[in-house]
Design a protein around this ligand. Structure first.
Ligand SMILES: C[S@@+](CC[C@H](N)C(=O)[O-])C[C@H]1O[C@@H](n2cnc3c(N)ncnc32)[C@H](O)[C@@H]1O
Length: 477
């Protein structure tokens, strides 16, 4: 406890010494009893738009501010890209220990992580059929470290390990599993903590003759670690502060009044709980509103083939029309409606496969697609089969999961493993609930529109589009 608070105080002293201004109305707080590490709380009432702190641009931990950027050529960093470049710089600064300008900052950054990258196999298995398992990317990261990052360290070993006569052999050791683990930790730190930092002024971007910034510049903003700004936790719609990018400093301001004792929250984005777990290693119920379950296209193809309605020859057109994807989402909506929640592309894919050759050809010639809001009972029936098959991919049913709710919830879990199990269970329940809601809505739609057995008369409307009935409700997006 003393060490934890001591590190927080030393960090704040270092930050002030580096030129940061920090409002006396906020303070770091030990939130480990809530499994939330450090957070920032208001110690006095804060008004809307009030400044919370200003961090000079020179204090942020970025490629630009690291001495490495003066020694390693810019094209090397450009080749590595923002993420690997920052990993390289952080590895360098971290191994410099107390000599690094950012040593007191490293002392308040975590050493261990709850993100999926670091979960044991039995813990990951608790996520059952969640698509997030395919997004962890450990092997891809390993490959990038081995093939892109380590060769740069080897090439510039004398700079990276400057002054150390063992520089060459130390560079070779970067391929050891211990060092790869360190790279994963830094990579995970960047994923959960780094900001995409807007440049100090428009002129810092590459501008063309007419003064417009290049588009690519906007896309790949450099990543940087912003001390204190990254001490803010987040909780879906509780966000009450935001970072503003000024010329010489980055300023955190209150977006709304914050009462004394309340936590200051940033916004990590509208992430489904699965992604929150993958990137940040925690979840709260407030993020359930962003939950998503993904239906892989392979499953759709398999089921439609079984039904005898998968038409390979239609795929090229659907690809051109940007309907084809590797998977389709069912997202949360409240109250749940098919038109808010079901991926319109999935509906269009199924509709397109169910059209007769003449109907499909008519649309193709006009460069059109079926309208998802005109889903028929038969379309709903096929979609329902897909949703049920997706549900069957989970090892346990929603009912079984809900019956076992007496198990320890994440916030009461005594060990990290129990917490991981509880969080995984909440994620898979969220995904299964979406599937169950989609199934109910599709069954209802089938009952209304004739479903399996009734062959609907398909008309062609005045624009020549195929009219497939339906509710005419406005579709999302
Ligand atoms: C940008 S950091 C925030 C500072 C962090 N709490 C710390 O101690 O360094 C993001 C990490 O904070 C934790 N976190 C953020 N918001 C949280 C919340 N509402 N509940 C629990 N943990 C949270 C997660 O571990 C996440 O990966």
């Amino acid at each position: 406890m003393a060490d934890f608070d001591g590190a927080s105080q030393a960090f704040l002293a270092w930050l002030r010494q580096s030129g940061a201004e920090i409002s006396p109305k906020i303070a770091p707080q030990d939130l480990r009893d809530k499994d939330a590490g450090r957070g920032v709380v208001a110690t006095q009432t804060i008004a809307e738009n009030e400044f919370l702190f200003r961090i000079p641009r020179s204090t942020i931990l970025s490629v630009e501010n690291s001495i490495l950027s003066t020694e390693i050529p810019a094209p090397t960093f450009a080749h590595l890209g923002p993420w690997l470049s920052l990993i390289l710089v952080m590895l360098y600064e971290y191994q410099n220990g107390n000599v690094s300008n950012w040593a007191p900052y490293f002392a308040v950054l975590p050493q261990s992580f709850d993100t999926l990258m670091f979960w044991a196999d039995d813990e990951l298995a608790q996520l059952e059929a969640s698509a997030v398992l395919y997004k962890i990317g450990k092997e891809d990261a390993d490959e990038m470290f081995a093939e892109q990052l380590v060769p740069v360290i080897e090439e510039f070993a004398n700079i990276f390990f400057s002054g150390d006569p063992r520089a060459q052999s130390l560079a070779k050791e970067m391929r050891s599993s211990r060092n790869l683990e360190r790279m994963h930790k830094i990579g995970s730190l960047i994923m959960a903590y780094a900001f995409d930092v807007e440049p100090s002024s428009p002129s810092a971007k590459e501008v063309d003759d007419e003064g417009f910034a290049e588009e690519e510049e906007d896309e790949a903003l450099p990543k940087a670690m912003v001390p204190l700004a990254d001490m803010l936790n987040a909780d879906a719609d509780q966000c009450n502060a935001r970072l503003f990018y000024e010329k010489d400093y980055l300023e955190m301001k209150a977006l709304k009044p914050i009462n004394a004792g309340e936590e200051v929250f940033n916004d990590y984005g509208p992430l489904p709980r699965s992604d929150l777990l993958r990137r940040y290693g925690y979840i709260t119920d407030n993020y359930a509103q962003y939950d998503v379950v993904e239906i892989p296209t392979d499953l759709v193809a398999e089921l439609l083939s079984k039904e005898g309605v998968w038409r390979e020859e239609r795929l090229q057109y659907l690809e051109e029309q940007e309907v084809l994807d590797s998977g389709y989402d069912i997202v949360a909506s409240d109250p749940f409606t098919l038109y808010e929640s079901l991926s319109p592309e999935l509906v269009v894919l199924v509709q397109s496969m169910l059209l007769s050759d003449e109907e499909f050809e008519k649309l193709r010639l006009k460069g059109r697609l079926p309208k998802p809001e005109k889903m028929t009972g038969k379309d709903a029936e096929i979609l329902c089969t897909i949703v049920r098959a997706r549900m069957a991919q989970y090892a346990t049913s929603l009912e079984v999961d809900l019956r076992r709710l007496e198990e320890v919830p994440a916030e009461d879990a005594a060990t990290p493993k129990q917490r991981h199990y509880a969080m995984a269970k909440a994620v898979r329940i969220g995904e299964k609930k979406l599937l169950a809601q989609a199934e109910d809505a599709l069954v209802e739609k089938m009952a209304r529109d004739g479903g399996a057995t009734t062959k609907r008369q398909r008309d062609v409307d005045e624009e020549g589009d195929v009219d497939m009935g339906g509710t005419g409700k406005k579709h999302r997006a």
